[in-house]
Each structure stands twice: as C-alpha cells, then as structure tokens.
Design a protein around this ligand. Structure first.
Ligand code: SIN
Length: 476
C-alpha cells in the first residue's frame, strides 16, 4: 500500500470523478495529486451510505468496534513514516512534527477504541416503588465531520474515533488543502474491515457548498467542525433548522502568562512549543505573551536567544523547525498583523517584519503590544511572538481575559496557590500550568466563549456522540 489515494470513498468503494482539484505542496506549489472533486450527488450517496450502515454498526458489540479502531491505530503506527511524509507534503509541517502528529492521531483511535466499552448508563432510585428507572447512552446517528488543514490526521481521528466508538457512522469532508491524509486513513479503515458505509470521505474544492449539503441532509444528526469561529457560527445557525447536534472547535487567542516568580527557562521551553508547533498554525498557539514587569526584560532576552536557534525551511529537511505556512493568504495575514502592530508602535526586538511573498516566514518577536493592535485581537496563525507587559497578577489576568476567544491559556509560576488562583481566573476551556502543550487523547479538548462548544478527546469526547435515553419500567 503506497499509492496516494485520490478518489472519494463512499460506501466502501473508491469513487472517481472527472472533475478534480490539485493538492499542492505549500513549500513550492508543486502538485502532489489531482483529487476527485465531490459533487452534490456524491455527498448524497455518502450520506445515504452512512444512514444505511448505521443500524448494524450501532448494534455491533462495542468491544468489536473498539477492536477495529485499535487495528486502524496499529496500522497507522506501522505505516507512520509514509503517512508523515504525506502530511509534510500536503501541509508543509516539519517531518518530526508530522511523525508526532501521526502518533497523536493514532492515540485518539486507541483511546476511543478502549472507551467504546465504557459508554456506561445508569440506574436511578425511583420514588415510585413500582418503577425502575434506567438511562442508556445511544449513538446520535450518522455524523458529518468537517476537518481543518493544520492537523489533517489528528483532527479527523479525534472526531472519527469518538464517533465510531459510540456507534455513529461518519461522512468526512477534509480541508481542500489536505484531503490526502483523510483518504489514506480511509484506506486503513477499509484494510482492517470497517464495514462499507461506516466511514465515507467526500473531498472537495467547494467546502462551503459541501458543508451546506451535509447540513441540509436529514439523515445527518450531528456536525463536528474544527475551523474558524465565523464558519462555526454559520454551521450552528444552519444546524438549528433541523436541530442537529453540533460540536465546534473554533479559533483561539491564547494568552501565555509569565509571572514574576516563574522558572524562566521552563517558560521559554514551553513558549517554543506553544508558539511554534506547526509553524504557529494551531488553534492552541500562544498568541499573546503577557509578562509580569519584573521578569519582562529577562524573559524577552532568553526567548529571543532560543528563537534565534530555530531553523526555517522545507518540512522534509530533518533540521527544519518551522516549515512554510499553508498558503498566500496566510502570508498576507501575518504581514498585515505585523505591519499594523509596527505602525501602532510595536517594537521588533528579534528578527524582522516579514517582507516579500515567501511562505517561509522567519520568526519575529515584537514587544510593546497594545489592545488596539490587530496582533492582540486576532489569531496570528504564524511564527510571530507578541509581547505585552503587565503590572501584576491581577493586571495579567485582566489582559488575558480581554478577548472573545476562550480555548486555552498558559501560565508560568512556581507558586502553588497562585497556580490554582490564576488557572481558575482565566477564561478558557483549558489551562496549561507550567506546560506549553495541553493536547492529549485522555483530556477534554475544547473552548468556551467564541472558541466553541463541546469537548473532544477523553470520556467527555465520546459523550458528545451519544444521546441519553431514559427508560421507565413498571414492574408491578
Ligand atoms: C488545533 O489547532 O485545532 C488543535 C491542536 C491540538 O490538538 O493540539
């Protein structure tokens, strides 16, 4: 198995279409593959297949569903170098990060494969002696999953693993820039014997249209989406017409607090992970660094020295730490944010404001960020560090919460009481305390405010694919 899959995967079959779109390497725009551009009829066929497959898949013993997920995970790990190469090519991320992503993605299948057997119900003591009250959890039905380009495998498996474990069937619409990883996973699902129709993939260059078709499909009972807040809001509005369930993992604007008593070397190490993973293109990327005044200068110097060592280059080069950003629009956005900051008084303390049109953007550190700047308000999604000073803990918390987003926040402090106090005061679904990477299959990933609804990963992630059914039984 080495050929890149390029067709849609519907009802257990690879479905070609004359209309195709090019998937290209973000580094140099070289073409990797021409992929079938799914139309409405293909989406409808995928939805019908998922609906047909649902009753039998739901009835299948949870242990069997879990075992199949475990087998897909094992195949992913056995094939990790090929999958990672594919990811580096279509996404641009450094190979070492692509390998880490394959492992991270497989961990969701392993985790949810185990959790399938633990979708417990409950019994409730009844006030009426003639009744027995029980609650079971049932799969919500066929699910549409719409995934982003920044983690083509992991954002899929975080949804797919939970859905399949719960007994749901899936129609996946991968990002236009990175459909190949999803198709590679479909091939692995096929290889281990996941039944036809349980997992379907409709790649398309018309994401909005396909998303709309999935939202309009009566058989689809839930949409799970990772992407921008604007699109998430649109999905939620449209899902309302049919009262479909929604899980939305949306944009972030993460604060990264370094308080006066922090271990600065640990904070720098955490900052590098939180900022530069996937070249800064993660929803959990540290977006706003908030430094308590006494350590601001020392932290900036240490951070700049560490950033200076990062290697920018093609993802396939083993030395590369920062690969290309995904496309020209990403370059233009990063430039706009930096230019806006500099024009409003931000100081470049390391590197240089990006110039030109190259997708390889060298890291830049800017100090003196103020709330009016777009760098403070918007998700950067690139290798730019924005620093602001806070007078004290209260000021740092107020600055951190000055955003509509609420996905994740990071805080560095040695003081145990302060760790709890600040973590509780931060308005975010997740908090890293002396930790720059919170993502793991066992924990509930998700945000509050404009960062979304629902949780992925952990036992809560599987709950999001189930409905509670309460059964009252008269026994006398
Ligand atoms: C994301 O950027 O949306 C997810 C990153 C992660 O799972 O760590």
């Amino acid at each position: 198995m080495s050929e890149i899959k390029r067709d849609a995967f519907i009802d257990g079959r690879w479905v070609a279409r004359d209309a195709r779109f090019a998937v290209t390497d973000p580094f140099d725009d070289s073409e990797i593959a021409q992929v079938a551009d799914a139309d409405d009829a293909m989406v409808d066929a995928a939805v019908e297949a998922a609906a047909r497959a649902f009753p039998a898949w739901k009835r299948r013993p949870a242990a069997e569903r879990g075992r199949l997920l475990g087998q897909v995970a094992a195949r992913m790990l056995a094939d990790e170098r090929r999958l990672a190469d594919l990811c580096t090519r279509e996404n641009g991320k450094p190979l070492k990060e692509a390998i880490a992503e394959v492992r991270y993605a497989a961990s969701f299948l392993t985790w949810f494969g185990g959790e399938a057997e633990r979708v417990y119900g409950e019994t409730i003591p009844a006030s009426n002696a003639a009744q027995r009250l029980t609650v079971i959890r049932e799969a919500v039905g066929p699910v549409a999953v719409i995934t982003p380009w920044n983690f083509p495998y992991a954002m899929l498996t975080r949804k797919l693993g939970a859905a399949l474990a719960a007994g749901c069937t899936v129609v996946a619409k991968p990002a236009e820039a990175t459909p190949l990883g999803t198709l590679a996973l479909a091939e692995l699902c096929e290889a281990v014997g996941i039944p036809a129709g349980v997992f379907n993939v409709v790649p398309s260059s018309h994401g909005g249209r396909i998303g709309g078709r999935l939202l309009a499909a009566k058989a689809i009972r839930k949409i799970s989406f990772t992407g921008s807040t604007e699109v998430g809001q649109l999905i939620m509005r449209n899902a309302a017409a049919d009262l479909k369930r929604v899980s939305l993992e949306l944009g972030g604007n993460a604060p990264f607090l370094v308080l006066a008593d922090a271990d600065l070397d640990a904070a720098v190490a955490g900052a590098l992970v939180a900022k530069f993973r996937n070249s800064g293109q993660t929803c959990v990327a540290a977006n706003r660094f908030i430094l308590e005044a006494p350590i601001a200068e020392a932290f900036t110097a240490k951070l700049s020295a560490a950033v200076a060592k990062l290697v920018v280059g093609r993802g396939s080069d083993p030395a590369t730490d920062i690969g290309p950003v995904i496309d020209d629009a990403a370059v233009a956005k990063i430039k706009r944010l930096v230019e806006d900051g500099v024009s409003r008084g931000a100081r470049v303390v390391f590197g240089a404001a990006p110039a030109g049109t190259s997708r390889l953007i060298a890291p830049v550190v800017l100090a003196g960020i103020t709330p009016e700047m777009a760098l403070w308000r918007e998700e950067i999604f690139g290798p730019v560090i924005a620093l602001r000073t806070a007078m004290d803990e209260a000021d740092a918390i107020a600055q951190a919460n000055d955003t509509e987003a609420g996905l994740v926040a990071y805080v560095y402090t040695r003081d145990g009481a302060r760790q709890h106090r600040v973590a509780e005061a931060l308005e975010a679904g997740m908090v890293g305390v002396n930790e720059g990477l919170v993502s793991t299959a066992q924990a509930p990933f998700g945000g509050i405010k404009h960062s979304g609804l629902g949780r992925e990963g952990s036992r809560h992630g599987i709950d999001d694919y189930t409905n509670l059914k309460y059964i009252a039984t008269r026994i006398g």
